[in-house]
Design a binder for this molecule. Structure first.
Ligand code: NAI
Length: 334
C-alpha cells in the first residue's frame, strides 16, 4: 500500500538521521511519498516563518509526519517550533517508550517504561514577561481538560498494551493549585479504570526511584516540564538519547520524532545515531498499519545491534551514520 507522509528533516543532525530512515524504508520496499517541509531557522531564511502554513497544511492533509529535531535558540530569539507545532495541531499526548535494546549495554538490563507527557501547556505555554527590571515571571498553566485528556491517554495505553500500572508524577506538595489540579484529574480518571493499578510519586523522589529501581515503574504520566526532564533521565537508563523514540498524538494527526534534540556538537559530521528516529518511524509504521514491515525492520536493527560490529560512537563503536544505515539496509534485504 502507498502512503503520503510529511517529512520535516529539521536541522543539526536532523537531515542526517531522517535521510537514514528514508533509505532504510526504501530498502524495506515501502512505497512512501515523502512531502518534505522545512521548519525553524532553515524555513525562516526561505519564507520568513519558522512554522510555515504549508507545513501545517501538509500534516493536516496527511495526518502523519516524521520529524527530525529543530533547534531552539536559548534565552533569546524565536519561540520553540516544537512547542508551536504541538500547540498548532493540538498534539496533546507525547508517548516515549523506554526499553533496553538488544546488544546495547547500559547500567540497567530490565527497563521497560512508558512516559506519557502532556504536550500543550504547563510552563511551556510560553507566557513570560518582565514585571520590573530584574524581576521576570513565567506562568504555569494547568487545566483540568488537558490533565484529564493526558491521564485518559495514559490509562487507555496501559489497558491496550497490558501494562502493569500507571504512576502520576507531580509536585503538588508545593504547587498545590497547579500540580494539585493535575493530580486530582489523574485520580478522577483512575476511578474509571479500576482494572489498572494506580499510584503517585513526587517528581524529585520519582527521579531517585528511577535511577535506583527503574524496573519497579511502568507507565508514567507527567505534566509537560517534568515529562521533558524525566524523558532524558530515562534515556540515560538504556543507553542515551540516540536510542529512545517518541510520538506526539492528537485527535487529528500524529507526529513521530525522537526524544533527542539537534545535537549541534556532532551535526554535519556523519556521527549521529539514527536508531532513535528509526524507532520513532517504526512506531509510525505500526500507526499506519504497516506492522509486518515495521517488524522486519525492527528485526534488522536488532540484528545489527546484537552483532555489534557496526555501531555509532555513542554506543561505543566507530561507525558513521551512513555505515550504520548501510548495515541495516543490508540486513533488511537479506
Ligand atoms: P540534544 O539532545 O541535541 O543533545 C544532547 C547530547 O546528546 C549531545 O551530546 C548530543 O551529541 C547527544 N545526542 C543527541 N542525539 C544523539 C544521536 N541521535 N546520536 C548521538 N548522540 C546524540 O540536546 P541539547 O544539546 O540540549 O539541544 C540541542 C538543540 O536541540 C536545542 O536547540 C534544543 O532546543 C533542541 N531540541 C529539539 C528537540 C526537538 O526538535 N524535538 C528536542 C530537544 C531539544
Amino acid at each position: 500500500m502507498s502512503h503520503v507522509i510529511t517529512l520535516i528533516p529539521g536541522d543539526g543532525i536532523g537531515p542526517e538521521v531522517t535521510e537514514s530512515v528514508v533509505r532504510i524504508f526504501k530498502a524495506a520496499g515501502l512505497d512512501i511519498e515523502w512531502e518534505r517541509h522545512d521548519a525553524g531557522v532553515i524555513a525562516f531564511d526561505k519564507t520568513k516563518e519558522t512554522l510555515p502554513i504549508a507545513l501545517l497544511d501538509s500534516i493536516k492533509r496527511n495526518k502523519v509526519a516524521l520529524k527530525g529535531p529543530v533547534t531552539t535558540p536559548i534565552g533569546q530569539g524565536f519561540t520553540s517550533v516544537n512547542v508551536g507545532l504541538r500547540k498548532a495541531l493540538d498534539l496533546y499526548a507525547n508517548l516515549r517508550p523506554v526499553r533496553n535494546l538488544p546488544g546495547v549495554t547500559s547500567r540497567y538490563t530490565d527497563v521497560d517504561l512508558v512516559i506519557v507527557r502532556e504536550n500543550t501547556e504547563d510552563l511551556y505555554a510560553g507566557l513570560e514577561h518582565e514585571v520590573v527590571p530584574g524581576v521576570v515571571e513565567s506562568i504555569k498553566i494547568i487545566t483540568e481538560r488537558a490533565s484529564t485528556n493526558i491521564a485518559r491517554f495514559a490509562f487507555e495505553h496501559a489497558r491496550t498494551f497490558n501494562r502493569k500500572k500507571v504512576t502520576a508524577i507531580h509536585k503538588a506538595n508545593i504547587m498545590k493549585l497547579s500540580d494539585g489540579l493535575f493530580l486530582q484529574s489523574c485520580r478522577n480518571v483512575a476511578r474509571e479504570f479500576i482494572d489498572i493499578p494506580y499510584d503517585e510519586r513526587i517528581v524529585d523522589a520519582a527521579c531517585m526511584h528511577l535511577v535506583m529501581h527503574p524496573e519497579k515503574l511502568d507507565v508514567l504520566v507527567l505534566p509537560n516540564l517534568y515529562g521533558d526532564i524525566v524523558s532524558d533521565l530515562c534515556a540515560g537508563l538504556v543507553g542515551g538519547l540516540g536510542v529512545v523514540p517518541g510520538a506526539n498524538f492528537g485527535r487529528e494527526a500524529a507526529v513521530f520524532e525522537a526524544v533527542h534534540g539537534s545535537a549541534p556538537d556532532i551535526a554535519l559530521k556523519n556521527l549521529a545515531n539514527p536508531t532513535a528516529l528509526l524507532l520513532s518511524a517504526l512506531m509510525m509504521l505500526d500507526h499506519i498499519g504497516e506492522r509486518a514491515t515495521a517488524a522486519k525492520i525492527r528485526a534488522a536493527l536488532d540484528s545489527v545491534l546484537m552483532k555489534g560490529a557496526v555501531r555509532t560512537r555513542d554506543l561505543g563503536g566507530e561507525a558513521s551514520t551512513t555505515e550504520f544505515t548501510d548495515a541495516i539496509c543490508r540486513e533488511v534485504q537479506a
